[in-house]
Ligand binder design. Sequence first.
Ligand SMILES: Nc1nc2c([nH]c(=O)n2[C@@H]2O[C@H](COP(=O)(O)OP(=O)(O)OP(=O)(O)O)[C@@H](O)[C@H]2O)c(=O)[nH]1
Length: 363
Amino acid sequence: MPSPSNHSTTCEKATVVNVAVAVIHYKEQYLLGFRNAAQHQGNRYEFVGGKIEASEDAKQAVIREVAEETGFAIHENTIVKLGRLHHDYGDKQVSLQVYKIELTAPQYEQHKHCQYGLEKQALTWVTKADLLVEKYDLPAANKTMLEWLKLPENITITYPLSHFDDHSDPAVAWLQCHQEKLTVAAWVYVRTKEAGTEKLIAQLTRARPDIHVIVPHHADSQFLGTDTHVVAHHLTHTALMQWFNDAQDAAMPDQGISSSHPLIVSCHDADSITAANKLARARLQQQLPPVVGSFLSPVLATQTHPDAVSLGWETWSALAQLSDIPIIGLGGLSPTLIDQAISYGGVSVAGIRQFLSSQKPKA
Ligand SMILES: Nc1nc2c([nH]c(=O)n2[C@@H]2O[C@H](COP(=O)(O)OP(=O)(O)OP(=O)(O)O)[C@@H](O)[C@H]2O)c(=O)[nH]1
């Protein structure tokens, strides 16, 4: 704790350093730099990046830093905002604005054998798999970035049980449909609102142990079975806004929300994005598993919610820019629209019908 008499230390600590971070990749190859021993968080790997100057915004800073450190001119690449996070290292507070940039094949080919950057810093290309299993020692704030990077490009949402109401046993029909049609190793948000959701999830994951499930945040994990691969808990828009309203006066606003898993939330507008940003900050402050994604919907008109007014890509994109966590497009989308979603500022697309394959997965 700083001594009250040490005014300069207190001031230094209170100053937040604004940093732009570039997660540069080509397909599954990711670029890491190495911080020299004399730097803050020295002798650790890092993503390319640096301080945002007073005269520029975060995106301009990321373009400049990447050019200065690597020589890549990325202004014509798609630059997707992954998120923003605050981290207190004790000796320094940083606010990191993180962008993901995919290089073109020629950009990568030209650079893939370079072992040093333009500032003579060591550079290395690593696989996404090695990066995500934390084979490389990165600063503590980067843990959350790695959680963000785990989000796949497609997320399948299950049909509601009521979709099978005309079957003699809707639960059996629900199970059979998803068991057969989920793609291999799919991330699946099980959106059943009815009682007994845990039993259905356990049955589905027993039949399909390859899948990764996102479960409602109130799902009782003791009924899910130990083999169920839960990657996140989901908070509906209603539950998120309820938390936000309850949290306005609370010192430690975490009431009733899972502390065991990362969270994915649902947002529809600027208010819910503000709530999600607040929840994301609170989780980091309390060192709880982070908020890793936000379904922002409806992008386009959907069969399941025909009365909802869709946002359209432009409004969706403007809302995505307000988010401190990665944005997942939902509503009237198909997996083939991923490039469009990325170009409008998202990282993934989600949906029901179009994301279930008619091909049975191989045993
Ligand atoms: N570039 C980069 N910085 C990061 C990452 N993660 C992270 O916590 N940081 C922090 O963000 C700050 C980056 O600022 P910087 O690179 O401009 O400054 P520096 O301390 O290295 O050197 P400088 O003050 O001499 O410019 C450092 O405090 C660093 O520890 C990351 O992945 N990349």
